[in-house]
Design a protein around this ligand. Structure first.
Ligand code: TYD
Length: 141
């Protein structure tokens, strides 16, 4: 499966919205189905820029449009490709390893929140698309 869409709960009252995220691989009611070791957010992306353009060897992520909107392009290097417009902070896209991702078409107010299962390690990145296709073909990782 290329990705899984997760819908978060939202508690709204006169003061605004609250969206809680519970983490954990061994917690039945987890919203994020892995133990989060790192989180980062991207703010102020330029509208015509492209981010991502890589895959991971051994890492799961959930990607959320915390504010505004953007388009997430996913490719498993074989048959599946998907373009997903993310414009709700109650939706997370869960992707596993060996999925090429690109982020584009950012709204001016876009803030992206990413939750990751591993610490940052540059050697986990596949930043070359031909190398990515080779890893998929050889069924690595
Ligand atoms: P980069 O991978 O180019 O961002 P994107 O995937 O959005 O295109 O990362 C930009 C810089 O930030 C790069 O120098 C690596 C650094 N970085 C960290 O130090 N820690 C992190 O957790 C991440 C995601 C990136």
């Amino acid at each position: 499966m290329l990705f899984r869409r997760i819908n978060f709960k939202k508690f709204t009252d006169g003061r605004g919205d609250l969206i809680p995220l519970e983490f954990g691989s061994d917690f039945d009611n987890a919203d994020i189905p892995f133990d989060v070791k790192r989180c980062y957010f991207i703010s102020g992306p330029t509208n015509d820029g492209i981010r991502g353009q890589h895959a991971h060897r051994n890492l799961e992520q959930v990607i959320i449009a915390a504010n505004g909107s953007f388009t997430l392009v996913l490719d498993d290097g074989e048959a599946e490709k998907e373009e997903i417009k993310l414009d709700s902070n109650t939706v997370g896209i869960h992707i596993k390893n060996l999925v090429w991702r690109e982020l584009k078409d950012f709204s001016h107010d876009c803030v992206i929140l990413v939750l990751a299962s591993e610490h940052y390690k540059e050697s986990d990145y596949i930043r070359n698309k031909d190398e990515f296709y080779n890893c998929v073909k050889n069924n690595e990782y």
